[in-house]
Ligand binder design. Structure first.
Ligand code: FMN
Length: 388
């Protein structure tokens, strides 16, 4: 199916907390070994994804160090790096992002995440309440943005004070590497409206996403700004609907009721995140019998995974159609993932990219391969896929 709009930008995910074929079990677990992460990054780089999200948290290997190590092994891939403002001063983070932007030749983006797990944040030395974390994030971004844009900054805030702050080694991207952001609460939307370039939402049903994006748009207009939008979810795409739903079922086939109960209790107890509550509400706090929460939108991942808990499940045309429905709301970027991340990166590129009109990357031989001892037939060249 052709579509006159610009194709969606598709990002993938680097699983710095580990990977696997089944959720909620050690069976087939893949550790976040750098050699494996490098395989994923190089696959995704060649397949034509625009970038990768690398999350941050206690259970994650460090996203910034990982990106710095992956950058020389990739050519085009952008690195969307989660940044919790509370863990360090804006001047320090400005230096870090400028350095990664230079060594990757302009491929760095930050994902500002205030964090939603009070217990974990206490371990990082952050004892601010939910709303205070966003006040702090706003002050952080005031200083961070001005520094990266080349200003000498004096700032005397409630949380952050700097005097004569300067960045000696500027970033490649001007005025600074993109600032993306995730958070669903009212104070989060306020910070997004004032400071960020791209507002990210997890994959909720269309009407809920529409309402949230409208709120961001309205508040951004009050600051005289416009914000772009991105969607973060999982994808389970197969040649037929039946195969896709079977793959979804298989993903949670080793998941025990105890594991679900433990994960949900942890989210309910430790998390003060509005976004997390919205995710948990979709499957009614961990019920396996109500996982299809909108057409082709499946909440099974959220039974045990915090954060992005939904997947679009279906054949390529159907999933493409569902993504276009989000695109109609103003989403221009999708940050996707699938288990295991290496194999699913290929599956999504091979099945979904053509349905979405996304061209594949890489140097592609243009000769015709033959069916025979060494060939599998078909053209070695990718069909030109146009968005029109
Ligand atoms: C796309 C996306 C990615 C996120 N990545 C992270 C992350 O890597 N680490 C983290 O601590 N929180 C992450 N979050 C959660 C945010 O920290 C968010 O601020 C938190 O859930 C609390 O916000 P809320 O109460 O405003 O929803 C992410 C959120 C979104 C939407």
């Amino acid at each position: 199916m052709s579509d006159a709009r610009k194709p969606l930008d598709l990002f993938w995910f680097i699983p710095v907390s580990g990977d696997g074929r089944y959720l909620g079990t050690e069976q087939g677990h893949r550790p976040a070994d750098f050699r494996y992460l490098k395989q994923i990054a190089q696959a995704v780089d060649g397949l034509g994804y625009q970038g990768v999200l690398i999350p941050t948290g206690k259970g994650c290997d460090d996203p910034w160090i990982t990106a710095a190590a992956l950058a020389p092994h990739t050519e085009r891939l952008k690195f969307l790096l989660a940044l919790r403002p509370g863990v360090a001063q804006p001047t320090y983070f400005a230096r870090q992002i400028a350095a990664i932007d230079r060594l990757s030749n302009g491929r760095a983006i930050v994902n500002i995440v205030a964090g939603g797990n009070a217990r974990e944040l206490a371990g990082d030395g952050i004892f601010l309440s939910h709303d205070e974390r966003y006040e702090h994030a706003s002050e952080f971004l005031h200083v961070y943005r001005r520094l990266l844009a080349g200003e000498t900054v004096d700032f005397d805030g409630r949380y952050i004070k700097v005097r004569g702050a300067e960045l000696s080694f500027p970033p490649v991207q001007k005025p600074y590497p993109g600032i993306w952001f995730g958070g669903s609460s009212d104070p989060a939307i306020e910070v997004a409206a004032e400071h960020v370039d791209v507002y990210l939402t997890w994959g909720e049903p269309l009407d809920e996403v529409a309402a949230k994006l409208d709120a961001v748009r309205r508040r951004a207009a009050a600051f005289g700004r416009q914000v772009r939008f991105g969607l973060r979810l999982h994808l389970i795409v197969r040649e037929t609907e039946a195969e896709a739903w079977a793959a979804a079922d298989k993903l949670i086939s080793n998941l025990s009721d105890e594991a679900i109960a433990a994960a949900q209790a942890k989210f309910a107890h430790d998390s003060d995140s509005v976004g997390q509550k919205r995710m948990s509400r979709l499957h009614k706090g961990g019920r396996r019998d109500s996982l299809i929460v909108a057409p082709n939108l499946w909440a099974g991942v959220g039974l045990v995974r915090g954060g992005a808990g939904t997947a679009l499940v279906g054949d390529p045309e159907t999933v493409a159609k569902r993504l276009r429905e989000y695109q109609d709301l103003g989403i221009d970027t999708v940050i996707a993932s699938g288990y295991p991340h290496l194999e699913e990166a290929y599956t999504v590129a091979e099945l979904l990219f053509p349905a979405l009109g996304i061209g594949r990357g890489g140097e592609v031989p243009s000769h015709q391969t033959q069916v025979g001892e060494f060939g599998i037939g078909g053209t070695g060249r990718l069909r030109a896929v146009s968005a029109s």
